[in-house]
Design a protein around this ligand. Structure first.
Ligand code: 25A
Ligand code: L14
Length: 340
């Protein structure tokens, strides 16, 4: 298969959906991390062709994405939605490129590794041309869970999310700004990207409803966690809520272990973990907050305490910038795993 060709030290990288909230962050992240690309191609729909996007000190001109766009490309970072990823998968693979896909299109496919570098980087090599970037809420949860799982098996996780508007894309972020202004000016609110008003509100509904009245976002947190942690016995119960925050998802997490894990042991494990920052000093009102962590790369953990209602339980609060670690940064980290 063509994708088995070795990766050059200076790959040609395409960013598909480059004009979106995640795509722009991908360009920024590639630049900031000094990714050794020979060339970067910014691809989007015909609507955006010719637009210029900032990259390092210069600019990239957006090209319309067509099946021919991938000729000569080694790595294609996709964030243009699940249907676009499905439409272009064949073109990417037959061009000999590896697709790193941020959409939900292929995550649960058996031949597609679902990678969070802090958790299961070693599985990236098992790809057949596509590597999936997990759901943003799942990524920050497993980054927090893995150091604990290495202390004791996890029996059950109960999580409630507080998800930022930008999770639904750049236009959804604009909608939060616009509705906030409309609300303060006493104007009628324009509701388009969310099912209801998001300004001054919380919406317990992300992605579509499933047959059992849970949402697909909640389901993703269950099955993706089990796949990334390679343990189907971890029970996960999720409730996903949109809140009027621009960037950074927050999560309240309750974990039940098979054997005791103290607060001190958990904190020690997080302090030693890559990509985690423990921000937990109640006396000094120190805990992570989404409004203050925009543009950061790490997963922040605070409010760590024992859950007195069960035998071996911990409660904590996790915040990460879902456009960075939840999407663009994690995708670039996967690309870095492919470098020779
Ligand atoms: O299906 P999924 O996996 O659930 O993902 C759905 C969407 O969620 C976002 C991301 O939206 C994704 O498309 N997303 C996914 N994971 C995320 C995460 N972890 C996440 N968001 C946050 N955190 P997005 O808005 O960030 O990016 C969309 C990008 O996809 C490009 N695109 C669309 N169709 C394409 C395509 N690219 C190539 N070929 C196609 N056929 C899209 O580019 C954008 O970059 P664009 O050129 O279509 O749009 C650029 C600007 O045009 C405006 N616009 C958008 N829609 C319309 C529009 N104008 C007129 N009419 C429209 N219908 C906007 O201003 C947009 O910024
Ligand atoms: O599955 O906050 O990657 O709207 C990413 C954005 C799910 C929804 C995914 C959000 C989507 C999420």
């Amino acid at each position: 298969m063509s994708w088995l060709k070795s990766m050059p030290a200076n790959p040609v990288v395409a960013v598909a959906g480059a004009t979106g909230a995640v795509g722009r962050e991908m360009l920024l992240t590639l630049g900031q991390r000094g990714f050794p690309a020979a060339q970067i191609k910014a691809l989007a729909s015909a609507r955006s062709a010719g637009r210029k996007l900032p990259f390092l000190e210069g600019e990239l001109v957006v090209e319309e994405m067509t099946p021919e766009s991938f000729s000569g490309v080694d790595i294609a970072l996709f964030s243009a939605g699940a249907s676009i990823s499905k439409q272009f998968r064949e073109a990417v693979i037959s061009a000999g490129a590896v697709m790193i896909d941020n959409s939900s299109a292929f995550r649960m496919d058996a031949d597609v590794p679902l990678i969070v570098s802090e958790v299961n980087a070693h599985e990236a090599v098992n790809h057949s041309g596509v590597i999936a970037n997990p759901n943003c809420s799942t990524i920050q949860m497993v980054v927090a869970l893995k150091p604990l799982y290495d202390l004791a098996p996890i029996r059950r996780v109960v999580v409630s999310t507080y998800q930022a508007a930008s999770g639904a894309g750049a236009a959804a972020m604009d909608e939060l700004y616009n509705q906030t202004r409309q609300f303060l000016d006493g104007e009628p609110l324009t509701v388009d990207k969310f099912a209801h008003q998001i300004a001054f509100n919380c919406i317990p509904h992300i992605d579509v409803f499933l047959d059992d009245d849970s949402t697909k976002e909640e389901w993703k947190m269950v099955v993706e966690t089990q796949k990334i942690m390679a343990d189907d016995s971890i029970a996960v119960s999720a409730t996903c809520v949109r809140v009027p925050v621009l960037r950074c998802h927050a999560e309240s997490i309750n974990v039940e272990f098979a054997s005791p894990v103290s607060v001190a042991e958990a904190k020690e494990a997080w302090l030693a973990a890559a990509g985690v920052i423990l921000m937990d000093d109640p006396e000094n009102k120190l805990y992570p907050m989404p409004g203050l962590l925009s543009g950061t790369d790490d997963t922040y953990i605070g409010r760590v305490r024992k859950d007195h209602s069960v035998e071996n339980g911990l409660n904590f609060w996790v915040v990460a910038d879902q456009l960075r670690k939840g999407a663009a940064l994690n995708a670039v980290q996967i690309a870095e795993l492919l470098l020779p």
